[in-house]
Write a protein that binds this ligand. Structure first.
Ligand SMILES: C[S@@+](CC[C@H](N)C(=O)[O-])C[C@H]1O[C@@H](n2cnc3c(N)ncnc32)[C@H](O)[C@@H]1O
Length: 593
């Protein structure tokens, strides 16, 4: 590990807790758009203000690069490259094929390509392995629409990157992705040209450098030189010089100054708080607006918006669930080590202090415990605790993949002598559900099925006593867990998902018996996916002859977590900034006729 990382190996700044989150917490949201979510890429909603009038000129020309040379980034590149490492760039001089801004030269002027086409895992790596891993994750996320939290852990394993280096790589990759909008706004004031004109690998390297400088408190000389070395190795010497110039410009001001600058650039009139917060706290403007509406619509203060966005930029602590009847919470706590603490809310939860590797715990390996956000635990526990008259024998998880809540429900059902049916439309996710419930008590899982949840209500009307609909949603309540997802989601995903959510809730209401309970859950607080979805679906159900009442979800949650601070309303909305959980929504509905 490089000595200059400093900070006691705990990357500080924005996301000091770096440990990888287990897949079990990250596998949410699903539904249309999950695998096909389009990227908005580096565009970030037009926050690239050219930069030539502001920091651009300063950034690109004022710092003199490595060898004291002046001039724009397009000029200093060649000289700087030779001054640094003796590998002179430029056509005919060793195969440099990109200009100083990282743009590829026309094919006719190119010699043999320096940048290898080999898979990231097969490339020669002599630059810092942790930084190279973070770079490769960003490239894979960009090129393959991959999920960072699925790409990084195997890559670290494959390359033998462990311990503090793994923590550094994790914070570098995830933190950079979360704060990409902020860094793009800053970089656009230093590049002297729109970011769209910067070659994507070079732009990713600049983002990584910016995060080291402004988000991780890596000493500037190390942040700049290591990033320059990475670019030289992965892209070429000319772009390396450009990166050197830009990152030196970034390093000249502290974060606070940059935040003021990008805030002012986004909101020159001082009257558009959403635009300012979006730039400063790195969220697409439409997401910021939707979250603001959600705060107000769920009975909180719009002034909390900044805290909410900041919480989205923090690495969440890892939460474990001790599945009742299968694992004891105190035993899990002891096994998790001296820094682990009981969860803040759920009686089943254990919170890990640092990164740690929860997958290594015997209970997690055995499936008697798992990695699960506390908010997810609370909503599953609430469904099981919701008051019910009569039979309590058959439960349904209508959209169960990958199975975190199904595993908790199966454990609870097992304790009570009930049986769970888990349904999931995607076969590969249904397989994950089967794995997740494998440790459930004998007889607690009636079936794990592949099927469209919209059809279950008509296929088995009134067939269940308790139904969980953990609906496919935008996942805008779990942005801290999916570092890249805020840049992928689009308003059109929302339109598609809200129609599906209403249909699925109609099906859930048909599938539950009269007197039975449905928990409508999302990991999004967005009003169209929560309160409005419930209003629309219950109205449609009434038209079809069903009667439904809304139960007091906060009082059921208070029975589980007495100190939980929730506004007085029928449904319940959790928040990362207020509760430390994902922004889970819960409405409890009872069929009355
Ligand atoms: C939010 S996730 C559920 C997470 C799960 N409850 C857990 O805790 O692991 C939503 C799931 O719904 C599934 N899904 C989407 N459309 C569906 C449909 N029409 N019928 C059933 N499942 C569907 C997705 O594939 C995804 O696995």
């Amino acid at each position: 590990m490089s000595a200059e990382r400093g900070q006691g190996g705990r990357p500080g700044g924005q996301g000091g807790r770096s440990g990888g989150q287990g897949g079990g917490q990250g596998g949410r949201s699903g539904g249309p758009g999950q695998s096909g979510g389009q990227r908005s890429g580096s565009g970030q909603g037009g926050r690239q203000h050219g930069g030539s009038g502001q920091g651009g000129a300063r950034g690109a020309s004022g710092q003199g690069g490595q060898g004291g040379q002046r001039g724009g980034s397009g000029q200093g590149g060649q000289r700087g490259a030779s001054g640094q490492d003796g590998r002179r760039g430029g056509p005919g001089q060793g195969g440099e094929h990109r200009d100083a801004a990282g743009r590829q030269r026309p094919a006719s002027r190119q010699g043999p390509r320096e940048r290898t086409a080999a898979a990231p895992s097969a490339r020669r790596r002599s630059s810092d392995p942790a930084r190279t891993a973070a770079f490769d994750v960003l490239r894979t996320v960009a090129d393959s629409d991959a999920y960072a939290n699925l790409v990084l852990p195997p890559l670290l394993r494959e390359r033998g990157i462990r311990g503090r280096d793994a923590g550094f790589a994790t914070e570098l990759a995830y933190g950079t992705l979360r704060l990409q909008g902020r860094y793009d706004a800053i970089l656009s004031q230093c590049t002297g040209r729109p970011l769209e004109q910067v070659d994507p690998p070079v732009l990713d390297a600049l983002r990584l450098g910016a995060h080291q400088l402004l988000g991780m408190r890596v000493p500037p000389h190390a942040a700049v030189s290591e990033t320059v070395g990475l670019v030289r190795e992965q892209v070429g010497a000319g772009p390396a010089q450009f990166v050197n110039a830009v990152l030196r410009a970034v390093s000249r001001e502290p974060l606070e100054v940059w935040l003021d600058r990008i805030g002012d650039a986004a909101d020159p009139g001082g009257s558009d708080a959403v635009a300012r917060l979006s730039a400063v706290d790195s969220h697409p403007a439409w997401v910021t607006r939707a979250l603001r509406e959600a705060l107000v619509g769920h009975g909180r203060d719009a002034a909390e918006l900044g805290d909410l966005l900041a919480a989205d930029n923090e690495a969440p602590r890892v939460s474990l669930v001790a599945r009742p009847g299968l694992a004891d919470r105190d035993d899990l706590l002891a096994a998790a080590g001296p820094d682990a603490t009981p969860g803040r809310w759920a009686p089943t939860a254990v919170t890990l202090a640092g990164g740690g590797d929860p997958a290594g715990l015997p209970a997690v390996r055995a499936g008697t415990a798992g990695v699960q956000d506390e908010g997810s635990q609370l909503v599953a526990l609430a469904l099981a605790d919701a008051p019910l008259d009569g039979s309590d024998a058959r439960w349904l998880d209508l959209c169960a993949g990958p199975g975190g809540k199904a595993a908790l429900l199966a454990a609870l059902a097992g304790e009570r002598g009930a049986r769970l049916v888990a349904n999931e439309v995607q076969p590969h996710r249904a397989r994950l559900v089967r794995q997740a419930v494998a440790a459930a008590p004998e007889g607690a899982v009636e079936d794990v099925r592949v099927g469209d949840g919209r059809e279950v209500g008509d296929a088995e009307p009134g067939g269940y006593d308790r139904v969980l609909l953990d609906a496919p949603c935008t996942g805008l309540g779990a942005l801290r867990r999916r570092p890249e997802s805020r840049w992928r989601r689009t308003p059109s995903d929302l339109a598609q998902l809200t129609a599906l959510q209403r249909d699925l809730l109609g099906s859930a209401l048909r599938a539950v018996r009269v007197g039975g309970v449905v928990a409508y859950v999302t990991c999004s607080p967005v009003l169209a996916e929560t309160r409005l979805a419930v209003v629309d679906a219950t109205r449609a159900a009434r038209k079809a002859g069903l009667e439904v009442e809304v139960l007091d979800a906060p009082s059921v949650l208070h029975g589980i977590a007495p100190g939980l601070d929730l506004p007085e309303r029928e449904d319940a909305q959790l928040w990362p900034h207020a509760h430390g959980t994902d922004a889970m929504h819960l409405t409890l509905l009872r069929r009355t006729a």
